[in-house]
Write a protein that binds this ligand. Structure first.
Ligand code: SAM
Ligand code: SF4
Ligand code: F3S
Length: 442
């Protein structure tokens, strides 16, 4: 019997990738996707545990589903992702509306678990770390989400244990997928229309499979002629190895934007976060890459109001932002997470954290506005991803990931075109197509 599944995803890009792969799997047992809550026979929530707010959203969302289905047949409710892993049995106790809990390293068991539940109605929690079997299983099921720009997970988990972070507990130890598995998936995506591959990992630049590092992988993917752009995220400064920095010299397809979260500009705070690097080392990476290609830009994540952050530490973060001129960055107030070292540290005054966050976000936003403004009257290369909803414009991204809207057509989708920028705001660029590449991207 055909069943309809509604999938809602919270959190990072890896969760987005996972949701797509989960759908690739459940399709095999007769599920099709719906975007309408009311039509769902199965409701799957792929969750994030990174901050407390992200976790609470899960319970709100279930409350919403309960309301929608008050007078209807209850859907099968499945919780996947990092909250599933972190809270496991607790979730079943706190919210009896939930039927199945499946952690991120158990997605290969999802079909079996669902079929079993339909037969026996037994609530179950699958949260073992079995990442090898997961990727072996998912590699046999084709990744059918080849968009112009597609995610591809190459590495999962983390051994770094930053004192604020739950990821080592929710995703498990660092694991690098076999290189051939990744190349097969990249080829399949490219053969089905993908022009840009975004390699994913919690510490993507820690990738190492039998001494094949991220730099080798980038050069291998680059050989696929249909792939025009390569990106990777998220990197840790300690894994910006010489070979990875050097690959910016030889690679023709690696994009000049590096998401390299620094978290804080203060050495004291970095130490207490257990980041294992200091600002001098971070700046060295920045300078080396700028020397190779001055066009390379940096983006980052910042944690504001980490325990012990005083005015000077905060000023150090501001100074670093001014020095590097980060674009496209994220900033959040520190959220104490269960089981982490920082959980029990004395948190600083909430009002102060809010004020600091406002200052940082204003500064980041000003940088962004300035950077985008500087592109007016310049030509940028845009990989065209789609038409806007009203079909009046085309939408794509610059080499620095900035959304660009211009007078493109359906036929431009999947091509790299040149757009002359005539306007901009904080988030986007607007312009006119100046030259449709004669050569169609194969
Ligand atoms: N592995 C990446 C790294 O080392 O930078 C980060 C991955 S984490 C999924 C994404 C971001 O969430 C982090 O860079 C950090 O800024 C933020 N984050 C993690 N734990 C947090 C916490 N307890 N409170 C606030 N922000 C947090
Ligand atoms: Fe979390 Fe990243 Fe630190 Fe790992 S390296 S513990 S994922 S912030
Ligand atoms: Fe959230 Fe897990 Fe990603 S905690 S940010 S979904 S790795």
């Amino acid at each position: 019997m055909l069943q309809k599944i509604f999938i809602k995803t919270f959190g990072c890009q890896m969760n987005e990738y996972d949701s797509n792969r989960i759908f690739d799997s459940v399709k095999k047992i007769g599920f099709e996707k719906t975007n309408i809550y009311e039509n769902a026979d199965c409701y799957l929530l792929n969750t994030c545990h990174i901050r407390d707010k992200a976790k609470e959203k899960v319970y709100h969302e279930i409350g919403r589903v309960k309301k929608i289905f008050r007078f209807k047949k209850k859907p099968l409710v499945i919780i996947t992702g990092c909250v599933a892993q972190a809270e496991n049995q607790e979730m079943l106790k706190r919210e009896p509306y939930i039927d199945l809990i499946i952690g991120p390293q158990s997605y290969h068991k999802i079909n079996h678990t669902i079929l079993n539940f339909i037969k026996e109605k037994k609530k179950i929690e699958e949260t073992e770390f079995d990442v090898v079997s997961k990727f072996e299983y998912l590699s046999k099921i084709k990744n059918n989400f080849s968009k112009v720009s597609s995610f591809l997970t190459i590495q999962e988990g983390c051994d770094k244990f930053c004192h604020f972070c739950v990821v080592p507990y929710t995703r498990g130890p660092e694991y690098s997928r076999p290189i051939n598995q990744i190349l097969d998936e990249a080829k399949y995506l490219a053969d089905n229309g993908t022009k840009e591959i975004i390699l994913l990992g919690q510490n993507v630049n820690a990738y190492n499979y039998n001494n094949n590092k991220l730099s080798n992988l980038i050069l291998e993917i680059e050989k696929l002629s249909k792939v025009k752009r390569i990106r990777y995220t998220t990197s840790h400064p300690n894994d910006m190895s010489v070979d990875l920095i050097e690959v910016y010299k030889s690679s023709k397809k690696l994009m000049p934007l590096i998401h390299l979260p620094v978290q804080s500009g203060s050495n004291k705070i970095l130490k207490s976060m257990n980041r294992n690097h200091n600002i001098k080392e971070y700046l060295k990476i920045f300078e080396k890459l700028k020397q190779i290609n001055p066009h390379i830009e940096f983006s980052s994540d910042f944690i504001i109001g980490y325990p012990g952050e005083n005015n000077q530490d905060f000023k150090d973060t501001i100074d670093l932002i001014k020095k590097i001129n980060f674009i496209n960055s994220y900033s959040f107030i520190f959220s104490p997470r269960p089981g982490t070292v920082a959980e029990n540290l004395k948190i600083i005054d909430k009002e102060i954290s809010i004020k600091r966050l406002e200052i940082i976000q204003k500064l980041l936003s000003e940088n962004q506005i300035k950077t985008n403004k500087s592109l007016r009257n310049h030509t940028v290369d845009v990989l065209v991803e789609n038409l806007t909803e009203d079909k009046t414009k085309a939408f794509g991204r610059s080499e620095h990931m900035t959304p660009v809207f211009f007078n493109g057509k359906q036929d431009d989708i999947g091509k790299i075109v040149k757009v002359k920028i005539n306007d901009s705001n904080r988030n986007s660029l607007f312009g006119e197509l100046i030259n449709i590449s004669k050569k169609k991207v194969a």
